[in-house]
Unconditional design. Structure first.
Length: 150
């Protein structure tokens, strides 16, 4: 009788471990002393640098999402969250962009946390697949961000 190994893998994937490592680095960076303005400027620059590292298809979408979010809701603070560009309200993540490449998915995602005021009845979407950011998609993102901020 031959012994068979279980093909199901337990634990975190390489991508999930990398995201957790990114998050630990983000927390260390945030803990550094400095003025609030310096921290905000550094966080925004770090987000833009992370976007610049993405493959072209994801980078183009992330740049457009970043532009729409920051123009629509200047009250949101750009910051990295598990290595992803994210936007926080009062220190809490409200929405984020997850590149398709990060978790080897077939599409990028615009996600919203439970802080977002997207409630519609007893069920609503908190994540949106993105394959291309067109002018129509930009309008939808702006409307979602406005609603999420409240």
């Amino acid at each position: 009788m031959t012994s068979t190994k279980s093909s199901s893998r337990r634990g975190f994937s390489d991508e999930e471990r990398a995201a957790m490592k990114d998050h630990a680095e983000e927390l260390k960076r945030e803990a550094r002393r400095g003025s609030a303005a310096d921290k905000a400027a550094e966080a925004a620059a770090t987000v833009l640098a992370k976007i610049a590292e993405m493959p072209d298809s994801d980078r183009i979408m992330a740049e457009r999402v970043h532009a729409v979010v920051t123009a629509t809701a200047p009250v949101l603070a750009p910051k990295l969250w598990y290595g992803m560009p994210a936007y926080a309200l009062d220190g809490k993540i409200l929405c984020f962009f997850q590149s398709a490449d990060k978790f080897k998915a077939r599409y990028a995602t615009l996600g919203f946390s439970d802080q977002a005021k997207l409630d519609e009845g007893t069920m609503w979407a908190a994540g949106f697949a993105l394959t291309k950011v067109t002018p129509e998609v930009e309008k939808r993102i702006a409307a979602l961000v406005k609603q999420a901020v409240g």
